[in-house]
Design a protein around this ligand. Sequence first.
Ligand code: ATP
Length: 310
Amino acid sequence: MTEPVIQIRNVSKSFRNTNVLDELDLSVSAGETFAFLGRNGAGKTTTIKLMMGLLTPDSGELSLLGVNPVTDAVKLRSMIGYLAEDQTMYDWMRVDEIIRFVAPFYPTWDQKLANEYVKQFALPVRTRIKHLSKGQTVRLGLVLALSHRPELVILDDPALGLDPIMRRDFNRDLVTHLQAEGRTVLYSSHLLYEVEAVADTVAILHEGKIVRTAATEDLRRDVKRFTLSPQDLSKVGTQIEVLDGRLLVNEVSLIVDGAPQAAQLLEQEGISCRISDLNLDEIFEAFVMGDRKIRLEWPEREPVAASSLT
Ligand SMILES: Nc1ncnc2c1ncn2[C@@H]1O[C@H](COP(=O)(O)OP(=O)(O)OP(=O)(O)O)[C@@H](O)[C@H]1O
């Protein structure tokens, strides 16, 4: 079996008293488009900076393309196409000037390819960077990140600040230029629906750990809403993994991971329920904001004393 292109094992990172990553494990295979998802502040940029050797882990190990970013960051950076969340470019330079400026940093720079990207992205070469639109700036960032034909591309929330149509076009560009060439791509975002069209695999980062890694179609199959009667709640065994539980009027709504198995178990128990599909935003929300404890508390609740009702 070939080595993963990105391998992170047991990586922890704190800033002063804040523990951002807690024994994080993550693995990305060659040719995969891997969406790295988390809410704002979840630690996506911190993880990416660790991968690029811009930060050092407190503990754990990282390997990208077989290189250790802690000891060999400079070598690694020349092998990776990296688009930072807040790209700081020399904004007084023109588009053609910054391309000429960046090219010598990469031994494998392909100027013909850079010219093709500039043409395809319709970038105005004689315009100063400070006069580009947000969409043009992101695309220029891509030209600079991709023209040395990196095997691995890391994009930190690249579509941030783009309007929905631009985001769609940007994702289409990603598919055309990177997936078609079999590159490995790690793409961070806080929007699950946004990465759906491009990602092979989605990993959800929450409270310093990856809480789920799956293909988007598997997430849709596995995570569903079960609606049942409150009386049946105590019969629901702990074998069912509830991501979120809510008490509605005369009903209980449970968002369950492992829906096919859960449906089978409930059927065996003779519990009737309604099972409905969720969209990707609802699935993401259940993982990062779901109330997992409430279910356990309900059956143990003290019944309301009849005297208190009078
Ligand atoms: N250099 C630093 N010093 C102190 N705290 C930091 C530093 N860098 C990040 N943090 C904190 O670490 C946490 C994770 O930040 P990070 O930027 O990695 O999150 P993120 O998932 O990329 O968020 P966003 O989607 O908003 O960019 C945040 O609470 C942030 O304030």
